[in-house]
Design a protein around this ligand. Structure first.
Ligand code: PLP
Length: 500
């Protein structure tokens, strides 16, 4: 039995470090054919005098430890993971094959350009594919994640205004926005200014007009927005901002609801980030890895980050020399390259028609859930949604059952909970995003489980309030688990020797 320091809970399965026996090993090496050297003579002070108090284990024990750990985690490979906004779609395994090809996986970031023409060609083609999908004039693959793509886009906007001899400060952001939007704004020395979207869930041009003035550097808008609704007034909002000399940044995290059907560039967006790990399939979660390319219209090209790939007349690929206006580098080397391979494989596998179908299925699945869940659950916004739907815990208030309880209970039934309490403007929100990956049977099962939980909340609320019941750990102190995770095993200290 071991104690988890983070949770204070006791659990049964022994940790690797408490197992093992002295002398047990997973390796069988032949006798050395040369005389043993004296390590102390070779390494001097660096040579450790005693052994390390690490467990000694056989190969199956080590293997079982890691497989057991993997089973304690939920993944999209084991079940539906409807985490709204994060887009946990199935990641085709052929992408993994492509990313692991030695010619891609084993190249060194300092390898001479002449020896990595294939990798550069892939980057060049991916830049063009993304630009085409989004109606942008250029794409830089450089940023490391969606948030860094936002950062890059706003840096470019900032540089653009400075080049015009202007210094507008405000970035208008609707109150439904993802927290990274105001954070990227503030990191750029600009001022995030929130404005309300109201009951309809989308930006109302008349309400918005009150916020637009000469001090607006940019409007930052997610479309479809974080409540899963299409911002249908976007062209009008963009025109209002452009009239005052401002630009429009599109948060592209929800591009999986548009690709193949509409292009942000055609709707008035000047610069946007892509979340390759969401829209174009890469295993993600737990903080990474990510890839957040930034797409831009021609007027922002002089400020694009360093690291664009160019193709010469004779068909050779190389990294472009950044111009004097470039915002430069945001990170070492050239993006998380394996993710670029996965995104490219996904785009080429699906093709134009397949990307469109993926969008259609994501939207169809979300609307199927909206209608079916709506029979039991309170639908926050009326009418059709895009790729995700918001429901809330409205009808459970009298039972003192909350969204958190529902999320925990879902785990007992084998579903990952949806995103909860986001967007912040919806009280008790559950943001459900099924993605295009799920079958009708799985969606029906989810609906049935949600109806069961609602019934339990009415008949036996404690059953829901005390969930989860089948997981290895129950309810953790989530703040401490996130802020002060105990990730390191510390060997028990040997009893101190009074003589020494
Ligand atoms: C995920 C997300 C982001 C941030 O992207 P990361 O890749 O996680 O940095 C920004 N905006 C929205 C709406 C998102 O869903």
């Amino acid at each position: 039995m071991t104690q988890s320091a983070a949770s204070g809970l006791t659990f049964k399965s022994p940790l690797l470090f408490e197992q093992g026996h002295a002398g047990r090993s997973g390796a069988s090496l032949p006798e050395a054919g040369v005389p043993a050297a004296d390590p102390a003579a070779l390494f001097g002070d660096l040579y450790r005098a005693g052994g390390t108090p690490l467990p000694e284990l056989s190969e199956p024990e080590v293997f079982r430890h890691y497989v057991r750990l993997s089973q304690q985690n939920f993944s999209v490979d084991t079940g539906m993971y409807p985490l709204g906004s994060c887009t946990m779609k199935y990641n085709p395994k052929v992408n993994e094959w492509a990313a692991r090809l030695p010619g891609f996986a084993r190249i060194h970031p300092w390898a001479p350009e002449s020896s990595v023409q294939g990798a550069l060609a892939l980057m060049w083609h991916l830049e063009r594919a993304l630009a085409e999908i989004c109606g942008m004039d250029g794409v830089s693959l450089h940023p490391a994640a969606g948030a860094q793509g936002e950062m890059a886009g706003l840096m470019m906007i900032h540089a653009y205004h400075r080049a015009q001899g202007r210094s507008p400060k405000k970035v208008l952001i609707p109150d439904t926005a993802h927290g990274t939007n105001p954070a990227s704004t503030a990191l750029n020395g600009l001022t995030p200014v929130a404005f309300p979207v109201g009951d309809s869930g989308v930006v109302d041009p008349e309400v918005f007009a009150a916020s637009v003035d000469d001090d607006v550097a940019a409007l930052m808008l997610t479309n479809p927005n974080t409540v899963g609704l299409f911002e249908r007034h976007l062209p009008k909002l963009a025109a209002m901002v452009h009239d005052k000399g401002g630009l429009v940044f599109g948060d592209g995290a929800n591009l999986n609801a548009l690709m193949g059907r509409a292009r942000p560039g055609d709707l008035g967006i000047d610069v946007m980030q892509f979340n390759l790990h969401k829209t174009f399939t890469t295993p993600h979660g737990g903080g990474g890895p990510g890839a957040g390319p930034v797409g831009y219209k021609a007027l922002l090209a002089p400020y694009a980050p360093a690291g664009d790939v160019v193709k010469s007349e004779d068909g050779r690929f190389s990294f472009a020399t950044p111009g004097p206006g470039s915002i430069g580098r945001l990170r070492a080397f050239h993006a998380n390259f394996g993710m670029l391979v996965r995104a490219y494989a996904y785009i080429r596998e699906l093709g134009a028609e397949g990307l469109k179908l993926s969008t259609d299925l994501a939207v169809l699945n979300a609307n199927y859930l909206r209608v079916c869940l709506g029979e039991t659950w309170h639908e926050t916004f009326e009418g059709p949604c895009m790729h995700e739907v918001v429901i809330d815990d409205h009808h459970l208030h009298d039972q003192h059952v909350s969204t958190l309880d529902v999320a925990k209970r879902l785990m007992d039934y084998g579903f990952h909970p949806p995103t909860i309490y986001f967007p912040l403007v919806v009280h008790g929100a559950m943001l459900v995003e099924p993605t295009e990956s799920e079958s009708k049977q799985t969606l029906d099962e989810f609906v049935e489980v949600m109806a069961t939980i609602s019934r339990e909340a009415m008949e036996d609320p404690e059953q829901v309030r005390s969930a989860p019941h089948v997981t290895r750990l129950g309810r953790l102190d989530e703040t401490r688990a996130a802020r002060k995770p105990v990730l390191r095993w510390t060997p028990p200290q040997p009893a101190s020797d009074p003589e020494g």
